[in-house]
Design a protein around this ligand. Sequence first.
Ligand code: ADP
Ligand code: MG
Length: 883
Amino acid sequence: MKWYQLDVEKVEQKLHVTSTRGLSDKQVNERRKQYGQNELESGKHTPRWLIFLAQFQDFMVIVLLAATLIAGLLGEYIDAIAIMVIVLVNGFIGYFQEQKAEKSLDKLKELSAPLANVLRDGKWEKVSSRDVVVGDIVRVNGGDRIPADIRILKSNSMETEESALTGESLPVMKHQAAIQKEHLEAQDQVNMGFMGTLVTRGSGIGIVVGTGMNTVMGQIASLMANTKKIMTPLERRLAELGKILIVVALLLTALVVVLGVLQGNPTYEMFLAGVSLAVAAIPEGLPAIVTVALSLGVQRMIKKKAIVRKLSAVETLGTASVICSDKTGTMTENQMTVKEMYLNGRNLYVTGDGYDIRGDFFLEKNKVDRDYQNLETMLLYGMICNNASLLVKKGKHMIDGDPTDGALLVAARKLGLKEMDGERFNIIKEIPFDSDRKRMSVVIEDENGLRYLITKGAPDVLLPRTSYLLGNEGRSMLRTEDRNNIVNKINDMANKALRTIAIGMRPLKKNESLDEAFLEKDLTFIGLFGLIDPPRKEVKSAIAECREAGIKTVMITGDHVNTARAIARNLNLLPENGLVLEGSKISQMSQDELIDVIDDTYVFARVTPEHKLKIVKAFQEKGHIVAMTGDGVNDAPAIKASDIGISMGISGTDVTKEASSLVLMDDNFATIKSAIKEGRNIYENIRKFIRYLLASNVGEILVMLFAMLLALPLPLVPVQILWVNLVTDGLPAMALGLDKPEDNVMKRPPRNPREGVFGRGLGYKIISRGILIGLVTLIAFMVTYQNNPDNLVYGQTVAFTTLVMAQLIHVFDCRTENSVFDRNPFENMYLVLAVISSLLLLLVVIYWPPLQPIFHTTALAFRDWLFIGALSAIPTVLFGFKK
Ligand code: ADP
Ligand code: MG
């Protein structure tokens, strides 16, 4: 017998579990031991030694090693060995950094791993999908990926999309009844749900019958391709830059060697000079530091509750110029409370806060109770046409499920209605809520076998389907006058920022068809609920901060236009002459018409997910970089189309998370702002150390080139240059990657996405500082060498020290686009420490006798330091004042 052929009870028996309690912790542990984790086996991990070797496959490192080898063959053993050691140490550092970056990416993966809703020991809890075991009772909702193969126990109009398995993209309706046929293919087993397939509609409960590789998906995907690391645009651009630098280095080397030999110098010496130049031109440490800066930035974002799913988002975030954000749950708390009701043509006020079940109903100043006409009916219907449940946690009432539904449960409880009051009715059919329909219905049967339809949803959606009105005198035709009254009431409530829900019903005939297409019509209007959903308190200032940063915030919501407008005004999001567009309008507009008004529009109300796509495209047409949030099943296309797709960690569905590049762990709009700020900062920090490293390289090349043109001996030997590039530059560069943002990061417009790495004057800064660093190093060398022509090592030591010192002073200039004196140098303690350690290492190389022959150094006197100090401060001080 196959699982689909068994009755639900049989399945439970066989797996030793009941659908009301689920597995016990003990059972779960045993089964996990027996069957292992619920995972598809992925490709093997790269072995460590390969990662280590990969550090040396870089083309520039190979060139360097080859040159070293030749130098060694030519008899320069000490130099060759020193260079080898430095390259090896650099390889180790790169290896450890890569390991660390990988670990932080693994952590990211863990944080964004899908969760499953399972029933264990009688309680619903969320666990990582990996921890699901055979026999677990799981619940899935629209937008979820099914975590394992399940036999359906209960289907609320559940539909799934199984194209990953079957190639068929039409949704399949799921049932719970056993099927007798033999040898059914997966697509015909309609009482089964399969791992990795998507719930597109409705919801369901199932019992896990297969996990991990023992699933249909597991059989197909017995080996999943190893996911390759994708470079971010910046990493790619830097890799290209690296290639250009190599070409430049090789050309320079060739030029010098040929020129030198033509001038009559020995070939061997010229070759050494060429190698030195090549070393000088290439920023060996740069790629590793970029990777580290990105991965550290990602970790900082996690601390701020933003999970980056695609590394490239770190860069793109800094370019965002529009944030399109959901209102409900992202800008607001998503904690709904019924504040007002409208029934029998009168207003009732409901007291109480949040999901606390204490509260009463008031008609003007008088408390009313069950005897108030239709009140109980309306609350009861709201409770039955509902998917949430009320629970008590730590003595406080909480809800599980949709907050809108939850609020109606709490309101019913305030009148004393309990779950069992609803159990008199049998729910025969449910048409689920979704953001397109904006309503939900159930068909119920009472103890006398009478059937009703109950519909609850957006009032302006329900009204056109309404023909009758329930009032004090029972049911009557809905006259135009009544209709107008209701519309006025809806507007009233919405103007007070209340979310409105209408309740309607229709008695059904005995054997009336339950076809969805014909059910929700000729309704009897019962009443309106007005729900408050307070704005999150951080959002107002976050929107203001974004505005200052040149980023426009746009609210998108399925709510009523007046509700949306009222909340937008509250949050200071909607300016005096800002437009509010309704979904129905957007449908009528052509894309061009939408583009015309999009820049003046701040609020989109009563939209459906398709509108979101149209909105993203319109903003992009206008040249904006769009960040777009979403949580529902149908939001995925808009999220994908946007430049930065953002999904919700708590309320989001699996599909939206998969489509997004950023997940908000707390669903909070303010977190988007923090992520953007962090994104801008990371990019600026990367620019800072690129500026620092390249200025150093420019300086090194120039000092060598000038010396050659002046027919002087080489001021620096290769091992010194390599030392500067890797050791003296590496530590401070890394510290620059950890720098705090400048005060104005969020006070300037977003970066132009087409701007190159060297944009905004960075190229000029690199070259101008580089020239000066080269010049002062050359002067230091020339003066010393001229006075001591027979002590070349002394001159080289002074040049080497001047270069290092000039860099270590210049590093503070790199922290700002403005004057170096604007920023407190002790603000970044990492940098201070890095500079001090670089200095100490320099002293070791100069003064420790065993290292002197290796680095071609000699001890310096105090007055040398005065001379060097004065010279090396020149580049920074000269440019430090005027900006
Ligand atoms: P948003 O999430 O942007 O606030 P929704 O699409 O969820 O918008 O809701 C749109 C409208 O649908 C709401 O204004 C409300 O009237 C109605 N609605 C929301 N949730 C439910 C629900 N669970 N059942 C019935 N109607 C609902
Ligand atoms: Mg919603």
